[in-house]
Ligand binder design. Structure first.
Ligand code: HEM
Length: 249
């Protein structure tokens, strides 16, 4: 674990301000949030490998087609890293995700610093956009996450869009792709909407009875979505990261 002392906490707060400034200036919240997921989302709870460890910076991991487009976000993070070199890449990428949600109007997410950087790339084990509910469960259960986490975290697609040259899909998921709200769920329940994209993996959330219950709950009440999203996002941002409160365990 990276040494979290007062000096480090000061650098984290500096990085938080710089990220907030940068994300506002560049309107890059969506790709910063996607970066946070793609660094953390390859965690395997059984082998305790992968997770939020900064490994996506390694060219061989970044070059995986699932990570197309993420380089832009890594370059933005490098600008902040240059100003706060002691902040680990792992902390920086997760802080970027947290700040991206906050500056676009989403909930505050509790951020605990101290992630250690991996010195080797991780295996890429991210969900496939053509997958159905079984695939989503396999993928997120491997990370140790639940049905509720799957649906809440998918609500991140309230931000951003797909790019043909990156994923083969094209278009925004919601009408205001720079506003974090519960519109992703409201759009999902409407079915096909002119001009908006629904990935097969998004549609799976309304085709599956268990998932659909959460979609309905979040479409109905934004406050509930924000509260549960913040809990799930915290879990995602801490995959593979354990804070040691005491050195004697
Ligand atoms: C549930 C499984 C998921 C699948 C299959 C999936 C797949 C995708 C795909 C294919 C894109 C379009 C990429 C492009 O063409 O630029 C995308 C975009 C995005 N994803 Fe996901 N995603 C999933 C979950 C998540 C999660 C958990 C998060 C964050 C917590 C997330 C955040 C984003 C964001 C913010 C974008 C927009 C990026 C941009 O505008 O450049 N996704 N996702």
């Amino acid at each position: 674990m990276a040494a979290v002392n007062n000096e480090y906490l000061k650098e984290i707060e500096g990085a938080r301000c710089d990220l907030s400034d940068l994300i506002n200036r560049k309107n890059c919240a969506p790709i910063m949030l996607r970066l946070a997921f793609h660094d953390a989302g390859n965690f395997d709870a059984k082998t305790k490998t992968g997770g939020a460890n900064g490994s996506i910076r390694f060219p061989v991991e970044l070059a995986n087609p699932a990570n197309n487009g993420i380089k832009v976000a890594l370059d933005f993070c490098d600008e902040v890293k240059n100003k706060h070199p002691t902040v680990t890449f792992a902390d920086l990428y997760q802080l970027a995700g947290v700040v991206a949600v906050e500056v676009t109007g989403g909930p505050n997410i509790d951020f605990v610093p101290g992630r250690t950087d991996s010195t080797i790339p991780d295996a890429v084990r991210l969900p496939n956009p053509n997958g159905g509910s079984e695939h989503l469960r396999e993928n997120f259960y491997r990370m140790g996450l639940s049905d509720k986490d799957i649906v809440a975290l998918s609500g991140s697609h309230t931000l951003g869009r797909a790019h043909k040259e990156r994923s083969g899909f094209e278009g925004p998921f919601t009408k205001e792709p720079l506003k974090f709200d519960n519109s992703y769920f409201r759009e999902l329940l409407k079915g096909e909407t002119e001009g908006l994209l629904k990935l097969p993996s998004d549609k799976a959330l309304v085709e599956d009875h268990e998932f659909k219950k959460y979609v309905q709950r979040y479409a109905k009440c934004e406050e509930t979505f924000f509260k549960e999203y913040a809990e799930s996002h915290k879990k995602m941002s801490e995959l593979g990261f354990t804070t040691k409160k005491c050195c004697c365990h």
